[in-house]
Design a protein around this ligand. Structure first.
Ligand SMILES: [Zn+2]
Length: 61
């Protein structure tokens, strides 16, 4: 298992703990049009033009 696989596993486990409504709300937190966004998992602020959180590796999109 490489680092990306591990991050994806964590992402899946995180999302599996949410109801469908909560998961949808969490996805909407990530605004790809904004200058910066906050990771819903670890609160790291980063530019949304990268596909994953630099803090915890959570993937978006
Ligand atoms: Zn994060």
């Amino acid at each position: 298992m490489d680092l990306a696989d591990g991050a994806e596993l964590i992402h899946d486990q995180w999302k599996s703990g949410l109801s469908p409504e909560e998961a949808a709300a969490a996805e909407q937190i990530v605004d790809f049009d904004a200058d910066e966004t906050t990771c819903p998992a670890c609160q790291t602020i980063f530019r949304p033009d990268i596909p994953m959180c630099p803090g915890c590796g959570l993937r978006f999109g």
